[in-house]
Design a protein around this ligand. Sequence first.
Ligand code: NAG
Ligand code: NAG
Ligand code: NAG
Ligand code: NAG
Ligand code: NAG
Ligand code: NAG
Ligand code: NAG
Length: 652
Amino acid sequence: MPRNKATRCLFVSLALALVLLVTSANAQTSALLWRSNWETPKPDPRSLNAVAQVFGAGCGSGCPNATLGVVQAAARTGTRGLKVVVFKGSPEAWRVQMVTPVFLLSRGMSYTYCLWARSSSDELYGNRALNLDMMQASAVTFATVQSLPIVVSRNWTQFCMGVTELPTSFPTLNFNASSTSYLWSLNLAGSGDRIEFNFDDMTLTGRPNNLDATIMSKTAARIEQHRKGNFTLQIKGDRGVALPARMVTSFSLTQIKQSFPFGSAIQPDAINLLDPEMRPWFLDTTASMFNSIVPNSMFQWPEFEYAKGVFEDKQEMLLGPMYLGFAEQNGMIMQRGQALEWLTTDFGFGAHWSKQDGCEAYKGYLQTRVIRDVTAFKGKFQMYTVWNQLLHDRDWGDQCQLFSRTVKEAFWWANAADPNATLCLNDFELIDGERWASMLQMVRQWQREGVPIHCIGIQAHLTPDLDPSVIQFRLDQLALTGLALHITELTLRTVSQPSPRFTGSEQQQADALVKYLSLFYSHPAVKGITLWGWWDTGHPVTNGGLVRTDQTMKPAALAIQQLWSNTWNTSITETNATIVLDADGGYAFRGFYGTYRYSVRLTTGQRLTGVVDFPMPRPLLAGVTPSQTVTLSFPTVTVRSPPRPPSPPSVA
Ligand SMILES: *[C@@H]1O[C@H](CO)[C@@H](O)[C@H](O)[C@H]1NC(C)=O
Ligand SMILES: *[C@@H]1O[C@H](CO)[C@@H](O)[C@H](O)[C@H]1NC(C)=O
Ligand SMILES: *[C@@H]1O[C@H](CO)[C@@H](O)[C@H](O)[C@H]1NC(C)=O
Ligand SMILES: *[C@@H]1O[C@H](CO)[C@@H](O)[C@H](O)[C@H]1NC(C)=O
Ligand SMILES: *[C@@H]1O[C@H](CO)[C@@H](O)[C@H](O)[C@H]1NC(C)=O
Ligand SMILES: *[C@@H]1O[C@H](CO)[C@@H](O)[C@H](O)[C@H]1NC(C)=O
Ligand SMILES: *[C@@H]1O[C@H](CO)[C@@H](O)[C@H](O)[C@H]1NC(C)=O
């Protein structure tokens, strides 16, 4: 769950910071707008150095002790780089800082700020996150617009932060060259004692965001293109002879299942605690609306193994007939283990037994947990969130220096335990905020290192009014990784604080959910959608469910049912007058990927019925949906040759 960002003030002298007007080249590709590599001793307008500064006055014994210098030893490229040595840290991290000039950003653009950094320690000491902040600058204050925790190691690493104007949600950005300006800032004094940092090659690139304001009018055509395949059902009679159309009196195909996972979070406890009379209704409703489920928190470590070595009861409950057994019995197609670990102090994670014996012990416990549980749930959970909210939560990570190795090792352990499992990161503000750029940056780095990461989980705690063109832009950016994108925790709210609530009308809820589902389903990189609960009882968003507490369906439930059972459903009936079969007895059609029931009546009085699968190809080749043919053999169907036309009278 997202936390609110604090608004902080910076004590940066505006006089020091140069104001740059960054207008776009009309190029469609990224243009380099600014660079600082510390090479030019005297800044020129095209290559301005960032400002590094130490503030000492007024903090008494809490003052940091740090030095700054542009030296060759700190260069990543060229001959100069910035060296910052923090001899003594300070709780007031801003007292040693590196800030970029102030930029005036333009409408209609998407910007990415990047810098390269390394440090004398593979991770930073102390508990304080090192945050890269983007700040909105007015004459007197600097308000944090977004903040990215970064982990600096001995190896040079590039860190990036992206920003696209999003007019309708928090944080509200208003790129308007005459009124607002932005800078990027890195506060270093909180890092701890005796740390050296090197910085080089800072860049700001920009390009037109090319937001497609008409995207919603294209979703139907995009769904037709990406979610359907060309299928042929071939029917053969005795001796493999093709069934001729003239033997068919009626023919039907009914899609009974989708290959596309559409799921909901269901907590096993919630089922167990239900009034036994309600249980069948709850389970039936779940199975009728969804083909995928994920436990809310029972698989999370503090709940799953609440005391060291005590996990059998939870393992049994999850694997049992009321949970994964129920899913299997109902032919559900994708269950996710949420989550192997989460570096938050909330929800029992901070006080968990695994963190009481020091860092080395923790790493060992984590390895045991990952290997043991991924092995136990092999084939039952097809997908895992390996780390939840890594871009936001890192409390224990800083203390134990987990970021340079352990967070990636967890992927290797899980991959070895179940090579078939789809392994994901899962985070928020990826499409409703600007974390997409940090995710893109981190995942690309991991991909270069060969980390077995297969998917990006997008939590999607949304408000109804988000601009679909901006969401589309961010999905496109995340899709550049080539990984599957999964919408993992979709909720709709109008109010976030103090606790999430939906205060709009039921029709507004239905319309917004249909809008978002259509947008997600139309995006070829999105491989599944999961709602974070469907019933108002126990829903994380007050009034956020599809079904009221009195078990009646809201318009949203009916609208979503209509989508899956009608709009995104291929069902066909033919009569003997309309059916066309090819020479191999093949009936060709285009339909949504999934499972179909067929029923064919023959002139002989026989009826052929059964179920056939036309699954979503994995991986789906870009833009090409290969056709699929399934052949069915009915040796009991005798295919007779058509009556021969009478022979023409022979002419003697
Ligand atoms: C800062 O730290 C350096 C290195 O330990 C030391 O030489 C110097 O005296 C310190 N300066 C102050 C003002 O404490
Ligand atoms: C930018 O802000 C100024 C002052 O508030 C306003 O007059 C102007 O119309 C704005 N421009 C755009 C493009 O929004
Ligand atoms: C699939 O069928 C559609 C028409 O139903 C056709 O336009 C398209 O070319 C076919 N694609 C392939 C790959 O055969
Ligand atoms: C730094 O790079 C070296 C050489 O590529 C590698 O062996 C090492 O694991 C890296 N360290 C970190 C913290 O990434
Ligand atoms: C992965 O899944 C495939 C198909 O379900 C199965 O044949 C194979 O044995 C599995 N591999 C492992 C290592 O579990
Ligand atoms: C698809 O439509 C058919 C015909 O209306 C219906 O019988 C079937 O249940 C629908 N499939 C799904 C998955 O809802
Ligand atoms: C279809 O079947 C009906 C009888 O069930 C028959 O009268 C009609 O001629 C048939 N049409 C074709 C095109 O075979």
